[in-house]
Design a protein around this ligand. Structure first.
Ligand SMILES: NC(=O)c1ncn([C@@H]2O[C@H](COP(=O)(O)O)[C@@H](O)[C@H]2O)c1NC=O
Length: 530
């Protein structure tokens, strides 16, 4: 017989359930004795497994070993402890039904009203560097079985999967029992918990195999509902991915609530700034940079200098921008930002005096990245009916980004020009395709983004740069399919160019560069960004 075949009228109502018997089996013993004290004080019988029972007993509380209930010893190195009908009938009996109550009596099984389980530390074991059987042994089987059974049977049983919930159980005991609403909430948390656990286990198996797993489960917890989505008529929420260390986990130190678009732009800003190891600042509008600049690490107030030069790229567009820095924000940078209308400022940290200045801007959202900030190794994009997953785009060259470049036209660049080309190429990765970025002295001076042909992006970059185009260097995220786009840059006075190469018309493009006496490097690697 699968599923409830019962007449609905046979169900008796149950709201508050008094706890008489609790099953406790926990790996993490945090708070266990506080809970045991409260349960013992209320005369609740505790049934427990191996070391959990030992801990409770050692503290002077009475506890029944689960083996006394099952009549079967804990065996196979702990692989079989609670996996027994005497336990699971006590977890799954739906006491709203008289028939279940009668069956329990016939079977001689007593029900549980509370189950407290936390699972083997699988994630922590993997993080410790363990491999093979040492990891496999940390895949909890009996624990999730109890958690799921009790959660399913929430009309009768309260399930607790974290020491963080012990307080509310202690309160419930004092108030006479758990309520149905409370047990439903605990059940929801329990199923999320086992889902996250299984996702981690599946991920470990996938990681040990080549390529992508046979199925994809994204586990994320609701952080909060946002005011609205991309537009005010769209509802939206932020979910935190388990194990994430990104913009979603940043700490907000000031300002209004983050919006959906704020998160998207802050993510783009951080992506741009963290492409550099030297001090760097990116200013983002609508997910595109309107200014990126770097500064020599030893330059006086390097991060403030990078910000000032990033801002100078396009001060009109920087109005209402989202700024990311890859170093602590200093007082000088803060004082400059104070004068510019800025939506969000994100950084790994803030000097105290800088924060004091920035906090005078009540609406400025200030985000501090987690100390262990790390970009995502995989990216997912939803399409209708599916999810595209790819490795995050990175520069594949080790060491300098220029190490794999080949000279395609003109003279080899001098060290300063080569450094500027490397900057332009790196910064260009953050610009939506078709992307053209003009740079001078480690700062963007003109950005052409998101156009449906490369010629228009070239026009945009040169126009935005104005007088600064002459003598600048340029980067293109993908090859020039024709010489026309390149010609726009040459006419604008660009003196060196870096691009992937690889077009069937490369010869035509190289000839145009040669004719203008301009240096051009091929990277052999494209960085589309959509
Ligand atoms: N196999 C079983 O029957 C079983 N029943 C409970 N556990 C787990 O054993 C742990 C507690 O064991 P102990 O009380 O011995 O420290 C808990 O994390 C619980 O989830 C089991 N272990 C793993 O599968």
């Amino acid at each position: 017989m699968a599923g409830p075949s019962h007449d609905k009228s046979l169900y008796r109502e149950r709201d508050v359930v008094k706890i008489k018997r609790a099953l406790i089996s926990v790996s993490d013993k945090t708070g266990l004795l506080d809970l045991a004290r409260a349960l013992a004080g209320a005369g609740i019988e505790m049934v427990s497994t191996g070391s959990t029972a030992q801990t409770i007993r050692d503290a002077g509380f009475e506890v029944t070993d689960v083996a006394n209930i099952t009549g079967f010893p804990e065996s196979l190195d702990g692989r079989v402890k609670t996996l027994h009908p005497s336990v699971h009938a006590g977890l799954l009996a739906d006491l709203r039904l008289e028939s279940h109550e009668q069956q329990l009596d016939q079977l001689g099984v007593e029900p549980f009203e509370l189950v407290v389980v936390n699972l083997y530390p699988f994630v922590e074991t993997v993080a410790s560097g363990a491999i093979g059987d040492d990891v496999v042994e940390q895949i909890d089987i009996g624990g999730p079985a109890m958690v799921r059974a009790a959660a399913k049977n929430h009309p009768n049983v309260a399930i607790v999967v974290s020491p963080a919930s012990y307080g509310e159980i202690i309160d419930a005991v004092a108030q006479g029992g758990t309520t149905l609403i409370q047990r439903r909430e605990l059940a929801a948390r329990a199923f999320s918990h086992t889902a996250a656990y299984d996702t981690a286990v599946a991920g470990w198996f996938t990681d040990t195999a080549e390529g992508f797993g046979a199925s994809l489960t994204i586990q994320a917890e609701l952080a909060h509902v946002l005011r609205y989505g991309e537009n005010s008529h769209q509802e939206a929420a932020l979910y935190l991915r388990a194990g994430g260390h990104g913009i979603a986990q940043a700490t907000q130190l000031n300002g209004k609530e983050m919006s959906y678009n704020n998160f998207v732009d802050a993510d783009a800003a951080v992506r741009a700034a963290y492409d550099f190891t030297v001090p760097a600042v990116a200013i983002i509008k609508h997910a595109n940079p309107c200014g990126i600049a770097i500064a020599a690490p030893k330059a006086p107030d390097a991060i403030a200098s990078a910000h000032a030069r990033a801002h100078a790229c396009d001060p009109v567009s920087a109005f209402g921008g989202v700024i990311a820095a890859n170093r602590m924000v200093t007082l000088k940078m803060a004082e400059t930002i104070k004068e510019i209308f800025t939506e969000v400022l994100v950084a790994p940290g803030f000097d105290e005096d800088a924060l004091d200045v920035l906090r005078t801007k009540k609406n400025l959202r200030i985000l501090q990245l987690p100390a262990d900030f790390a970009p995502e190794p995989l990216e997912a994009k939803q399409i209708s009916g599916g999810i595209l997953v790819q490795q995050a785009d990175r520069f594949s060259a080790h060491g300098s980004v220029t190490s794999s470049w080949s000279l395609a036209a003109g003279e080899a660049a001098d060290p300063e020009t080569l450094a500027d080309l490397a900057f332009a190429w790196t910064a260009c990765r953050s610009v939506k395709s078709n992307a053209i970025l003009l740079a001078k002295n480690g700062a963007s001076v003109g950005v052409g983004m998101g156009q449906v042909n490369r010629v228009d992006s070239c026009h945009l970059a040169v126009t935005r740069a104005g007088d600064r185009a002459a003598g600048s260097v340029a980067a293109s995220d993908a090859f020039f399919p024709f010489a026309d786009g390149l010609q726009v840059l040459l006419d604008g006075g660009v003196r060196a160019i870096v691009q992937p190469g690889g077009s069937v018309r490369d010869e035509e493009v190289i000839a145009a560069a040669q004719a203008a006496g301009v240096t051009m490097y091929f990277t052999g690697e494209r960085h589309f960004f959509h």
